[in-house]
Design a protein around this ligand. Structure first.
Ligand SMILES: [Fe+2]
Length: 387
């Protein structure tokens, strides 16, 4: 992550004796990325993190590509979908993927997880479309709310507790590479620059420790190579009395993303929010439209020659598209041009502002939809530019 943070008690010098009230040592754990060359944190456990009691039978946890979908502009109508499964993992329905990234939806019936989850395959980015709650992890308690992006580095052990009232709808992105702030917005030591659409004040790390000391039966489901491995411990994995470093989960609200606007239409890089291997994430937020006297606020036709573009429509009316609802996905594939629907260009002229919110995923390698996505395909979308 972009800045150093610490919570709880830590010894003044790393890798030195740090004792519990009974005189025994706290158990230090270094959680590091890119071997020893990336960001890391040092965690201090009450119990030994290697003390596994039992390992259950692993369960398959992967998605299949819909092989026959082929090259076509795609609209997935997921707006009407209710709950998508019983619990946080069962409800995860990944809709598109390639070797770098997967993206899908999750609307669990159970609002409070009664197990812990660790994704050992990739970093996660959870966008809370609807819902409020708390992320409990080894790094402490983080209150999360509608509109938050939550970046969860791989191997973070966590559970969510969402409020029971109101709708709950999550957009889930899993990344093979680390999810990072945008490099061109950082100075040489990592601080976000003045022209960045958000800064460190907008980034919310865990704000207080959550220490579970009681012994008992604790299940951690670990995702690794398409399986959910069932690990049981005699103590909670949330037994951390202190930690410090740069690696931790954090939240950034889409409502804190400051739009960059111009006299003529600005391209998607001005909306970029995160970077990762093989893709970027952008945020479309309410903003003033272009102010050249002859400006056309709607985007121009665009031919992707080397990327696939996914838009997830979160709020408001998206001025360049027809037939799109809150919760729709559009996938505009490389190899085809895409652009505003007929009539929307003329309609946009003279418009002063937009109230839209959308999350965009641009990949640099082709995406394929999964068999789970077939339930939501709008068959008419590829021909929807023809009146
Ligand atoms: Fe585009």
């Amino acid at each position: 992550m972009a800045y150093y943070h610490r919570l709880g008690q830590i010894p003044p010098k790393r890798h030195t004796q740090f004792r519990q009230p009974d005189g025994s040592l706290y158990k230090e754990e270094l959680v590091s990325s890119k071997g020893f060359s990336g960001i890391y944190s040092n965690l201090y456990h009450i119990y030994n993190p290697n003390e596994v009691k039992t390992i259950g039978k692993p369960k398959p946890f992967k998605w299949e590509v819909a092989k026959d979908h082929g090259l076509q502009q795609t609209h997935l109508k997921t707006s009407g979908v209710g709950t998508t499964g019983k619990d946080y993992l069962a409800a995860r329905r990944m809709l598109m993927m390639n070797n770098d990234v997967m993206m899908g939806i999750c609307s669990p019936e159970q609002r409070k997880m009664d197990y812990y989850f660790k994704n050992a395959d990739g970093d996660e980015l959870i966008y809370i479309h609807d819902g409020n709650g708390v992320l409990y992890s080894q790094f402490g308690k983080l209150e999360v709310r509608k509109g938050d992006y939550i970046v969860i580095p791989r191997t973070t052990i966590y559970r969510f507790e969402f409020e029971e009232e109101g709708p709950l709808r999550l957009l889930v992105i899993e990344s093979q590479g680390p999810i990072e702030t945008v490099k061109r917005y950082r100075n040489e030591v990592g601080q976000l620059l003045e022209h960045s659409p958000y800064c460190e004040r907008d980034i919310r790390p865990p704000h207080e420790l959550h220490i579970e000391k009681e012994k008992g039966e604790y299940l951690v489901q670990i995702k690794k190579q398409g399986m959910l491995h069932q690990y049981s411990y005699g103590h909670s994995p949330l037994d951390i009395v202190g930690w410090d470093g740069y690696l931790y989960p954090y939240a950034l609200s889409i409502y804190d993303f400051e739009p960059i606007t111009g006299r003529i239409h600005q391209p998607p890089p001005v909306h970029q929010t995160f970077q990762a291997w093989g893709f970027v994430i952008c945020s479309f937020v309410p903003r003033l439209f272009d102010y050249h006297p002859l400006a056309i606020p709607a985007p121009y036709n665009h031919s992707n020659i080397d990327s696939d573009e996914v838009l997830y429509y979160a709020e408001g009316e998206f001025m360049s598209r027809r037939g799109i609802d809150r919760g729709s996905f559009t996938i505009h594939m490389g190899g085809l041009p895409h652009g505003p629907h007929p009539g929307t260009v003329e309609k946009s002229i003279g418009a002063k502002s937009t109230e839209e919110y959308a999350v965009m995923l641009d990949t640099f390698r082709p995406l394929q939809i999964t068999t789970d996505a077939l339930d939501f395909v709008d068959e008419n979308y590829p021909m929807s530019w023809t009146d």
